[in-house]
Design a protein around this ligand. Sequence first.
Ligand SMILES: NC(=O)c1ccc[n+]([C@@H]2O[C@H](COP(=O)([O-])OP(=O)(O)OC[C@H]3O[C@@H](n4cnc5c(N)ncnc54)[C@H](O)[C@@H]3O)[C@@H](O)[C@H]2O)c1
Length: 390
Amino acid sequence: MATSPLSVEVHNPYGRFRVISTKPMPGSRWINILVDAGCRVEVCTEKKTILSVADIKELIGSKCDGVIGQLTEDWGDELFAALKAAGGHAFSNMAVGYNNVNVEAATRNGVAVGNTPGVLTETTAELAAALTLAAARRVVEADSFMRAGKYDGWLPTLFIGNLLKGQTVGIIGAGRIGSAYARMMVEGFKMNVVYYDLYQATRLEKFVTAYGKFLESQGESPVTWKRVSTVEDVLRLADVVSLHPVLDKTTYHLINKDRLALMKKTAIIVNASRGPIIDEVALVQHLQANPEFRAALDVFEDEPYMKPGLSDLPNAVVVPHIASASKWTREGMATLAAANVAGKLKGCPVWHDANNVMPFLDESSKPPAASPSIVNAKNLGLKILTAAKL
Ligand SMILES: NC(=O)c1ccc[n+]([C@@H]2O[C@H](COP(=O)([O-])OP(=O)(O)OC[C@H]3O[C@@H](n4cnc5c(N)ncnc54)[C@H](O)[C@@H]3O)[C@@H](O)[C@H]2O)c1
């Protein structure tokens, strides 16, 4: 059996399938899923944070059936061809987004590409909400001020920020995470919603309507929703704009210099989706020119780097891509990624509903005999379960 000079930790050494995880992942359930499926699991424990294509090729070696990879890795033709040459046909990103994966190249090489939807939704939306509050109420600036020993007494003008209640939250990309975030801002802060998406967010609309009626029944002002037909409309109307679309050709630099100029001078922009959705150089210039405008960012255009000037700006809150970092979510992502690979290697069909993968996460029962989410299932001609057959 091929092994690699990069340091690895091996589980179930005599397993029939050889599966690589390019990183240690939280929890142990994911390892058990692969071991139960008859896999020898090799977890790369190399200290280096981001593995190169050459490193991963070395890990794949001459015999490898499946790989669990990370969003920091470049999964293109070279790696999928290497995996195919090693006899492999299963890959899963440990992420819901897969802009680091060339799905066409994977399909060409006969490799299934899994992702981990659903399990990140609430955790990511909660971080977007935390960033919104941090920016609105200047929490990070005030914390630094306090630690620097500058606080010498209460003042009527100290760290004045924005009240969220009754203001408008704008969502660009009202899918799973965008809608969950919108609900949090509606329920928590009675914000009105304006959104832009290619599709209608029917469940979100129904929720806001029903919640508005409930508030009215309590003698409070109702909350409202509005679907608009352009990104520009959201930017003009909203006091807070949170970005939640996928990253693809249509959303690259979706927020640029001209669009930032449409936003209110005291608005807040939040990004917990993918860095390149914002032209970060334009954002730095906008923040420099508009000190009352604020940004709160989990993701950056050139991760792990920030564009020059961003880290000096008091009106920006920056955190290192931690939106999905809750214990439950990270363990769940590992579980789904392992189930994607194990399901494909065992020849199981693909789960029918990527919006509901909860049966795979329920530890009290056996997971379904399926891969939870394979994004190129149709193109590979894989069997997809239908709800009726469950
Ligand atoms: N920061 C993090 O750690 C983190 C964690 C989870 C997800 N994410 C990112 O969040 C994204 C969304 O995740 P999700 O689970 O909500 O996905 P989703 O597929 O449910 O939602 C994405 C939404 O974007 C919409 N969309 C696509 N193109 C658009 C466009 N041009 N303009 C406006 N909307 C557009 C889609 O119609 C869809 O409703 C992921 O693709 C990922 O990149 C980041």
